[in-house]
Design a protein around this ligand. Structure first.
Ligand SMILES: NC(=O)c1ccc[n+]([C@@H]2O[C@H](COP(=O)([O-])OP(=O)(O)OC[C@H]3O[C@@H](n4cnc5c(N)ncnc54)[C@H](OP(=O)(O)O)[C@@H]3O)[C@@H](O)[C@H]2O)c1
Length: 272
């Protein structure tokens, strides 16, 4: 799907969490396909690097320091996009804390931990949608792509806020898709399985994923391209009749009841 044929020429995109990992992969894929891209996250250096790589492709690239848990900063991200770029067509709500939660007893989870997990992984996406909504509804077109997780579609032992928030992202997606179906705004979400983003970090992480591939039916873990190509489909006119969808990209992990925690590895029944 990363054709480089300019199918998103003239489109303007926001990608939150676009300085690293999947956000960076999606920001660069959107730019390669012709879009101008604004990236927002808390650390300025990684988002400025992504914006530079976007400009190196001949597109407009801007970094706006943004904490998605603060609605004023998210409003500012959209306002900066509208004023500096002159529009907004594609919103990718990607920012999230993937590995933030400490393993602890349920009763020891603090209010602060609960709010951090929910605010970053769910409320941030709501703030993004709300900040962009008036503009998108008035222009009667837009693509909203929320990044959920396979962990939002099933229970997860010991990763409570993440799983609850990502389940909320799925419902945010469906509800907004219905709300905006008659104004030509498509709202979809991608539910990635385990994706190796180690090469898209400021410092490349070694040994990322460990033996995870052994527990996936496809025999491998995902790579950023698996997600960025789905993002391009959902950002393009090829998906104009696709809305409210939850696109699982996980090598048949969920289809087979796969658990990335390894609690239920696949066992060859014939050997039992
Ligand atoms: N990789 C996977 O296996 C996987 C699987 C399922 C779902 N996902 C989802 O994919 C998305 C990207 O994850 P990733 O794997 O690419 O991890 P990542 O490299 O850690 O990316 C997460 C990004 O979110 C940003 N972020 C975190 N808190 C933020 C906040 N409060 N405000 C603004 N930005 C914030 C971070 O930038 P700053 O720290 O600079 O703010 C970072 O760039 C997440 O939503 C994650 O839940 C990933």
């Amino acid at each position: 799907m990363v054709s480089g044929k300019g199918t998103l020429e003239g489109k303007i995109a926001i990608v939150t969490g676009g300085g690293t990992g999947l956000g960076k992969a999606m920001a660069l894929a959107l730019a390669k396909e012709g879009a101008d891209v604004v990236v927002g996250a808390r650390r300025l250096e990684p988002i400025e690097q992504t914006a530079k790589e976007v400009r190196d492709m001949g597109r407009r690239g801007v970094a706006v320091s943004t904490d998605v848990t603060d609605s004023k900063q998210v409003n500012n991200l959209v306002e900066q996009t509208l004023s500096q770029m002159g529009g907004l067509d594609i919103l990718v709500n990607n920012a999230g804390i993937v590995r933030g939660q400490q393993r602890r007893e349920f009763w020891d989870i603090t209010d602060e931990e609960w709010h951090l997990g929910i605010d970053t992984n769910l409320t941030g996406a709501f703030f993004g949608c709300r900040a962009a909504s008036k503009h998108l509804v008035e222009q009667k077109s837009g693509k909203v792509i929320n990044i959920a997780s396979g962990e939002g579609l099933r229970g997860v032992k010991g990763n409570l806020m993440y799983s609850v928030a990502k389940g909320g992202v799925v419902q945010l997606t469906r509800t907004l898709a219905l709300t905006w179906a008659d104004v030509n705004i498509q709202v979809n979400c991608i539910a990635p399985g385990f994706i190796d983003v180690s090469t898209l970090q400021p410092v490349v992480r070694q040994g990322f994923g460990g033996r995870m591939a052994e527990f996936n039916p496809s025999g491998r873990i995902g790579v950023p391209y698996d997600i960025s190509s789905m993002c391009l489909f959902l950002a393009s006119s090829a998906s104009d009749y696709v809305t409210g969808g939850v696109f699982v990209v996980d090598g048949a992990g969920l289809a087979g009841g796969y658990t990335p925690t390894g609690y239920a590895p696949i066992i060859n029944l014939e050997e039992e």
